[in-house]
Design a protein around this ligand. Structure first.
Ligand code: COA
Length: 374
């Protein structure tokens, strides 16, 4: 008996608080003023470089980002902290990453009309895990009341599509009928809010995708036509935070223990790689890329998406063909393409074909071609 994987529901948790570019730049520039005043002598003596202002115009033009949601706004904007802050929770309480994952997961289950007890597995697929163990996925599994198994997986910005293929493979192999892929992305914790080159990039969110065997899926679902993954090693997006940092305590707090990138190189190298990957996979699946009704692309940069969509569709994509959520969500790492899919798929008609596609650190890229069933 063959098992066909489908997407039967998606869910989204959006933090209430949001930071506009204006607020972000005002906070950053206040930090710059303060830093330069504190180091005025060293700067005047040529021993230190003055920091430079950030700009709202640059951010919007270079990235398309206008605002980002965050879990903890005031401490991020306060020049003294410039990072999120909340009370550490006792071990007996649901952890913050699991909490937002559970909210997104519940929505995905509700959309599919699925009871948690009928789910077989939970994959927590995200760029950063809150702790080493026990796995976030197992905590989410327990909070939802799922009898099965769960594990964490991290493929940076491509975690969700890698999670979807993994879930689809469980279904294809007959090892599971219903698998939740949950992507809680609290990116504000690994973003260097004091770095002009990157302080505007990320936002917080959680998404969930329920991948199921067509045999048990609700009538309104998305057939998964094919999935494809690719990785190519690159240091151009890197974060050296890890459990071995304590072996070199003298560098444990340096900037490379947060997100760092060579943005220009990433842009130049990833766009052709992803466009070609999409075209090759479309050919393998015998889908004419020009017939794609919609592309839900990774949400890192509007310019990257414009170029990729153009190469795939053969013309400049409209917002309808390649919707963006960058303006309000910023880059939410692995969750970006799933937010776009969640928010911009209700209007699709039966037999419409679309593409969920992610790309980012690793480098890593994943494609999920889908077709609306009903
Ligand atoms: N405000 C004002 N000016 C800024 C600035 C800021 N916040 N940050 C950088 N600049 C300046 C630079 O100093 C540089 O000035 P110069 O030309 O005088 O040297 C100029 O703007 C261009 O900087 P650059 O870093 O080359 O900008 P960019 O056009 O490449 O845009 C990104 C930066 C990050 C938006 C862009 O490279 C990008 O999106 N890359 C894709 C990768 C990505 O987002 N990955 C995330 C993980 S998937």
């Amino acid at each position: 008996m063959t098992h066909r994987p489908v997407i039967s529901g998606t869910g989204l948790f959006t933090p209430e608080e949001s930071i506009t570019n204006e607020e972000l730049v005002a906070s950053f520039n206040a930090f710059v003023d303060r830093h330069n005043a504190e180091h005025a002598d060293a700067i005047a003596a040529g021993e230190a470089e003055a920091l430079t202002y950030s700009s709202v115009e640059f951010i919007e033009k270079a990235s398309g980002i206008k605002a980002r949601h965050v879990m903890s706004k005031a401490p991020i904007l306060a020049p003294d902290t410039m990072s999120p802050r909340w009370e550490e929770r006792p071990d007996g309480e649901l952890s913050i990453m699991a909490e937002i994952g559970v909210i997104a997961a519940r929505e995905a289950l509700a959309k599919a009309g699925r009871e948690a007890k009928d789910v077989d597995a939970v994959l927590c697929a995200a760029s950063n895990m809150q702790r080493a163990y026990p796995a976030m996925a197992i905590e989410i599994q327990q909070a939802l009341g799922i009898d099965g198994f769960g594990f964490d997986m991290n493929v940076a910005c491509s975690s969700a599509t890698f999670g979807i293929q993994t879930a689809a493979d469980y279904v294809r192999a007959g090892n599971a009928k219903s698998v939740l892929v949950v992507s809680p992305e609290i990116t504000s914790g690994h973003l260097n809010w004091r770095d002009r080159d990157s302080h505007f990039i990320f936002g917080d969110v959680a998404t969930a995708v329920l991948v199921e065997d067509a045999a048990i899926a609700p009538a309104a679902h998305w057939d998964i036509l094919g999935t494809k993954l690719k990785t190519v090693f690159s240091n151009n997006i890197r974060n050296n935070f890890g459990f071995l940092n304590r072996a070199t305590p003298e560098t444990a707090g340096t900037a490379d223990k947060l997100f760092v990138q060579e943005g220009r190189k990433v842009f130049k190298e990833v766009v052709p790689m992803v466009a070609q990957m999409i075209l090759d996979e479309a050919e393998r699946l015998q889908i004419d890329p020009k017939t794609l009704r919609r592309m839900w692309l990774h949400q890192a940069n509007s310019g990257m998406n414009r170029l990729i969509a153009q190469k795939v569709l053969g013309h400049e994509a409209s917002d309808d063909e390649s919707p963006t959520v960058l303006d309000t969500y910023g880059n939410t790492s692995s969750a970006g393409s799933i937010i776009a899919f969640h928010l911009h798929s209700e209007d699709m008609k039966a037999d419409d074909t679309g593409l969920i596609c992610s790309f980012g650190a690793g480098y890593s890229a994943g494609t999920v071609f889908v077709r609306k069933a009903a």
